[in-house]
Write a protein that binds this ligand. Sequence first.
Ligand code: G4P
Length: 275
Amino acid sequence: MAKARRQVTEALKNVDILYEIVDARVPESSRNPLLDEIGQGKKRLLVLNKADLADPAATRAFIDYYAAHDLPAVAIDAQHSQGIQQIMSATHRVLAEYIERQKAKGLRNVLLRAMCVGVPNVGKSTILNRLAGRNIAQTGNTPGVTKSQQWIKTSSDINLLDTPGILWPKFDDPAVGTKLALTGGIKDSLFHADDVALFALEKLIARVPQELQHLYRVNATDLTQPLPDLLMTITARLGFKDDYERASWTLINDVRKGKLGRFTWDEVPVDDAAR
Ligand code: G4P
C-alpha cells in the first residue's frame, strides 16, 4: 500500500489534471478517499464510467451533487465509446485558467498532461485506450503505477500517461464491500456469493419485482418470503436443486450484465461534503 501510494503520488506530480475514474453504479463506494490526500491541490475530473449500467436519474443526481461540491464530473460508457469527448471538453473547462496563463506567457499550443487513477476494474484501461484512440493500456490490477511510463498523444491537446494509477478498494463499511463485490470491484474469491446475492435480492424486490419474477420464474407470493427462502426457491426454479451458491452467482452475473435493468447501488450523500 505504501509503495503504491508513493508511486501514484510521484506520477501525479507530472500532470496538470487527474482523472479519478469511478464506477457509476457505485460512485462513492468505488472511490479511495486517499486520493484526496495524494491529489491535494491538483485539478481533478471525476469520471463516472459504466454509466450504461447505472440508473440514469441517479447518475444525474450524483453529477449535480459533485458539481455542488466543486468537483466537476462527467458520466461516460467507455466500453461503447460514449462520452469520451466530454472528458476532453471538461478538461478544457477545468484547466481554463491554466491555459490562459500559459497563453499569456506567449505559448501558443498549450499541452495538457493528464493521468487516470482509480481502484481496479472501474474501466481505467478502457478509458485510456479510448482517449488514445488505440490499444495502449497495459492491464493489471497491482496497486501503484507501472514503471515504464510514457506520454501518449490523444486526438486533442491532451497528453496522457500510458499507465493508470491503481489504488486499492477501501471498505471499512461492510456494505461498501458488498456493493463492490456485486459490481465486480473486488476479486470473486474474496466474498461469499450468497451474502452478495441476498443483498441484491432485497433491493431488487423493491425496485424490479416483475423482472425478478420473469427471470427466475417466481411469483409475487414467493417474493414475500424471507430472503434466504426466496434464494432457495430461485435455486430450485433455476433447476440447481439446493446449490444456492450457483444460483447466487447466476443472480450476481445477471446484475453485472444489466439483465434486470440499470441500477445505482450507492445513494447520493445527504449532508457530508464531497471529498
Ligand atoms: P481497469 O483498468 O480499471 O481495471 O478496468 P478495465 O478497463 O480493464 O475494465 C474492466 C471491465 O469493465 C472490462 O470488462 C471492461 O470491458 C469493462 N468496462 C469498461 N468500461 C465499461 C463501460 O463503460 N461499460 C461497461 N458495461 N463495461 C465497461 P471485462 O469483463 O474484464 O472484460 P471484457 O468484458 O471487456 O472482456
